[in-house]
Structure formats: structure tokens, C-alpha cells
Design a protein around this ligand. Structure first.
Ligand code: COA
Length: 374
């Protein structure tokens, strides 16, 4: 390898491209806006518009955007039939990966990768993904489907479809904040996967399908489905300290802690923690929050590891009564905005992403004919 060639396992610390969508420098910012401020002052629909269209919307722009997404809240009947035909044990995240692939077949602009078509397809996916998730969830439980509501924002519509009843304002706000915090995160694994795929001049749906596959893993978005396993395994506030110490001694990985980039804490986790706590207090069940608090303290003291966003998100969704296998699909229904913004940006000045590898295989050797190989 020449001096100019750099090798960093897992591409750690490598600048792999340029982006104007977001930065993790000096605290996470989406298109210049600190995410903490966006979580305080805006809703997810505004943030999705910001990511896809570059600026926060005016009132009329937001109303038009919500109207378009509301109109897109439907999935073709063949997809619903497929969701019905899937084994009931199918994980919602796997069903969603298939669903987005099927949606491509019914999108008349699937093969058009112009900026305009990609923005329109991204908006349609924002409308369709929550419908696919809610329908598959209800079908797998043998529950009647709940039609989407075009008049509700993203967060409220999803909660309504999954549960069949209108959520409270506090629930919608907490869920909406989680979606804002999940919407975008620079060159994380799934976004990078999406950019790699579209850099070959493949299409938006293929990029999103690939990103879903990357997000699913427990080191990435799949971590939010593991959080309650950790908290429950700790047993309760009385047993938590011993449990977590033993788990660390066994060298177990504690899902919801640590981050490739943030080594001094994830600001998103701090924002969502309050919402998770309030949601638990509202249910009158704070045992798991108390347990989580002890785990947090021990993790910081013993390992200097701080929570990432998945840690409060898993607890918030649990306190809201949402079933665990929905948690990573919920991440998708938000992050699709960030992924799509990156695909559009990548194609604006595309260069095929094709790095090199350091070879560790055998030295050059001659091929023996089949009959000479014994
Ligand atoms: C996110 C993550 C993959 C980043 O990892 P990374 O940058 O590759 O860091 P490393 O895996 O090199 O970890 C560095 C050290 O911290 C430890 N560590 C990191 N995260 C840990 C965790 N969640 N639990 C226990 N130990 C952890 C590693 O074991 C390693 O210890 P060592 O040096 O004694 O071997 C990692 O922190 C992790 O697996 N977290 C849990 C999954 C998760 O929450 N993912 C969501 C991320 S937003």
C-alpha cells in the first residue's frame, strides 16, 4: 500500500464524501439547525420537509406537503395481499424490507432518478411506509385494518393506525420528537449503504431497501428492539446494579450504549430521556425507568459509555404500549426522509463509490487441473 493510501477498519474516522444534509460536528445539526432546537420548536413533518427540500417550510408549504403525504397513505392491494400471505412470525422489519421493494413495482416513476422524481417518490414513501408497517402488524395479529387518516400528521396517523384509537396530545408529541431525532444522521451505516447503491445509478427504492437491510442489524437501528430485553433482564431497581456488572464482566454488549462517533454522549438521548420518563410516569409504572437509570449510572462509571438515542427510544415506545418488533420499522418511517435526501444529494454530483481493499489472501499460485488436485 502506498503512503497515500489510508486503511481504517470499519472506515472509522474516514471522510467518505461530502454532505450538506447534516453534520455531527459541534452537536447534531440538520441543514444547519441544531437538532435540539428542531425538537423543541418544530414537528416531524417540518423536519422531513427540511431534509428533502433544503429549508424549513412556510405555513402554506407545510400544508401542501402534508396534503401530498396524506394522499400517499395507501398501498396497492397486491402488497396488502402479500403482507397477509406472509407467515405470522415474519418480523415487521423484514416485512417492511419486502414491502418497499414491492412498492417500487407500482410506482410509475420508479426508474426515474431525476431530482424531482426522487423527491416525489420520497414523499410517497413517507406516506406509504407507515401504512405498510401498521397493516402488516395488524394482519399478523388477525386484527381488522384501520384506514390511514389523511388529516393527521405523520406521528399521529401512525399511532392511530396501529392502535385503532386516537392518541393523546402528549403521546403524539413524545412520538413526534423521537421521529425528529431519528430522521437523519450523516454517514451512518444505512445512509452510506443507500449512497453506495444509488452511486451505481440504481434507483431510490433499491437504495431504501438496502438501507433498511443495513438498519436492521443490532449494532445500528436494531438496537432499539433490544433495549427492553436489557432492562427486563436486569430485573428491577434492586437487582440492576449486580446484573449490569455481571453482564459487563461477561463482556456482553449492552444495546443502547456507545457510539462510533459520539464518545462524550449523544445529545438526542438526553432530549428523549425526559419523554421516556414522562410516558412511564403517565402509565403509573416507573420500575423500568428506575432500572434503566441504574444501568446508565453503572455504564458511565464502569465503562465510560453513555446512552445513544435507542436507549430512551426503546423505553418510550414500550411505555406507550407499542410492541417491540415495531421499533426499528418506526425508525425507518422517520429515517426514510434522511436517506432520500442523501440519495438526491449523491446523484446531484455522483461519483461511483468503489473503495479498495487490503488483500490478506494467499500469495499468487498456479491452478492445478481437476484431476491433479487429488
Ligand atoms: C455502536 C457501536 C457499534 C460503536 O462501536 P465502535 O465504535 O465500533 O466501538 P467498539 O466496538 O470498538 O468499542 C470500543 C470499546 O467499548 C466497548 N463497548 C462499546 N459499546 C459497548 C456496549 N454497548 N456495551 C458494552 N461494551 C461496549 C467495546 O467492547 C470496546 O471495548 P474494548 O476496547 O475493551 O474491546 C457500539 O458502541 C455498540 O455495539 N453499541 C451497542 C449497539 C447500539 O446501541 N447501537 C446503536 C448505535 S446508535
Amino acid at each position: 500500500m502506498s503512503a497515500a493510501e489510508v486503511y481504517s477498519p470499519g472506515l472509522e474516522g474516514i471522510i467518505a464524501g461530502e454532505t450538506a444534509v447534516s453534520t455531527v460536528e459541534e452537536g447534531l445539526r440538520y441543514r444547519g439547525y441544531p437538532v435540539v432546537e428542531l425538537a423543541e420548536k418544530t414537528g416531524f413533518d417540518e423536519v422531513a420537509y427540511l431534509l428533502l427540500h433544503g429549508e424549513l417550510p412556510t405555513g402554506p408549504q407545510l400544508a401542501e406537503f402534508q396534503k401530498r403525504i396524506g394522499a400517499a397513505r395507501k398501498i396497492p392491494q397486491p402488497l396488502r395481499d402479500l403482507l397477509r400471505a406472509l407467515p405470522r412470525s415474519t418480523a415487521p422489519m423484514d416485512a417492511l424490507r419486502s414491502a418497499v421493494s414491492v412498492l417500487a413495482h407500482f410506482d410509475s416513476e420508479a426508474g426515474d432518478s431525476s431530482q424531482g422524481a426522487n423527491a416525489r417518490k420520497a414523499e410517497r414513501l413517507l406516506g406509504q411506509i407507515p401504512v405498510a408497517v401498521a397493516d402488516q402488524f395488524r394482519l399478523s395479529k388477525g386484527l381488522p385494518l384501520v384506514p390511514a387518516r389523511a388529516d393527521l400528521p405523520h406521528a399521529a396517523n401512525f399511532l392511530y393506525m396501529v392502535r385503532g384509537t386516537e392518541p393523546s396530545a402528549a403521546e403524539v408529541r413524545a412520538f413526534d420528537v423521537s421521529l425528529i431525532l431519528y430522521a437523519e444522521h450523516e454517514f451512518n451505516a444505512s445512509t452510506f449503504a443507500a449512497r453506495v447503491i444509488c452511486s451505481t445509478e440504481s434507483d431510490l427504492h433499491s437504495s431504501i431497501v438496502g438501507a433498511i437491510g443495513a438498519l436492521k442489524g443490532r449494532l445500528h437501528g436494531g438496537a432499539n428492539e433490544k433495549v427492553m430485553d436489557i432492562v427486563r433482564a436486569a430485573g428491577g431497581p434492586q437487582t440492576a446494579e449486580k446484573w449490569i456488572r455481571d453482564a459487563l464482566a461477561r463482556k456482553e454488549r449492552i444495546m443502547g450504549f456507545g457510539h462510533r462517533v459520539y464518545k462524550s454522549g449523544d445529545v438526542r438521548a438526553r432530549v428523549l430521556k425526559d419523554y421516556a420518563r414522562k410516558a412511564a410516569v403517565a402509565t403509573g409504572q416507573t420500575k423500568w425507568e428506575e432500572t434503566a437509570e441504574i444501568i446508565e449510572q453503572v455504564m458511565e462509571r464502569e465503562k465510560n459509555l453513555l446512552p445513544n438515542l435507542d436507549w430512551p427510544a426503546g423505553r418510550l415506545y414500550h411505555a406507550m404500549g407499542l410492541e417491540v418488533p415495531l421499533y426499528t420499522p418506526i425508525f425507518v418511517m422517520s429515517r426514510v426522509a434522511g436517506w432520500s435526501a442523501h440519495v438526491i444529494e449523491q446523484l446531484d454530483h455522483n461519483r461511483l463509490i468503489r473503495p479498495r481493499a487490503r488483500y490478506t489472501g494467499p500469495a499468487v499460485r498456479a491452478v492445478k487441473a481437476l484431476n491433479a488436485r487429488g
